[in-house]
Design a protein around this ligand. Structure first.
Ligand SMILES: [Zn+2]
Length: 116
């Protein structure tokens, strides 16, 4: 399988996800964990009256962060599969992942029957 095109898409997607995470105050450390960007404390001058709103905003932000982090991990996993020459092979059972599925979602690492 020619994985060049998939790899390009995945690398681009990884960059976009990282940018989004950075914008939300997260950065990847040397260990590969997402940590809070230092000196990024927009909540510092919180008005107590806005606290309820901020709690909701924070919860929404955390939810977005979780989705982005999962997405990031999935894209990295697909990139590792390309490195290991297992790209396009279902992680669950070794069955082939359909071409159409990979085109629609280059970061897919399971076939349509073994979607988590
Ligand atoms: Zn499968």
């Amino acid at each position: 399988m020619n994985t060049n095109e998939s790899k390009q898409k995945l690398v681009l997607e990884l960059e976009i996800i990282e940018k989004d995470l950075n914008a939300l105050g997260r950065q990847l450390n040397a260990e590969g964990d997402w940590v809070i960007v230092p000196n990024n404390t927009p909540e510092e001058h919180a008005d107590p009256l806005d606290e309820a709103n901020q709690t909701e905003e924070l919860a929404a932000k955390v939810a977005v962060l979780n989705v982005l982090e999962q997405r990031h991990e999935q894209v990295e996993r697909a990139l590792r599969a390309i490195e290991n020459e297992t790209y396009g092979i279902c992680e669950e059972a070794g069955c082939p992942i359909g071409k159409a599925r990979l085109e629609a979602n280059p970061s897919a690492t399971t076939c349509i029957n073994h979607t988590a």
